[in-house]
Design a protein. Structure first.
Length: 95
């Protein structure tokens, strides 16, 4: 009714919250807590996110793509979801 916020409204905060439930199948850490979620843009009828993987091989991409879309399904009705993939290999040096 009047005065109530629309729970289905898509915002960067809502997207972040939903993507905390998506775990990388290799690292077994969620996308948000592990810092893989790098960018969220909501513009018109499109949601664009950037996921930064820890390896360029991207073996987890197909699974993550499916899980991300599943997590966003409750709020993305009628909105195009575009996922950009990036990688950032961190080299650890002996101390």
């Amino acid at each position: 009714m009047f005065g109530k916020k629309d729970k289905k409204k898509l915002s960067p905060e809502k997207v972040t919250s939903l993507l905390q439930t998506v775990k990388d199948p290799i690292l077994e850490k969620d996308l948000v807590g592990s810092g893989m979620l790098k960018n969220i843009q909501v513009s018109g009828g499109t949601l664009r996110i950037t996921i930064e993987l820890p390896t360029p091989a991207g073996e987890a991409k197909p699974v993550l793509d499916q899980e991300i879309r599943r997590a966003l399904a409750e709020v993305s009705g009628g909105i195009a979801v575009e996922i950009a993939w990036d990688s950032n290999v961190r080299v650890s040096r002996p101390g």
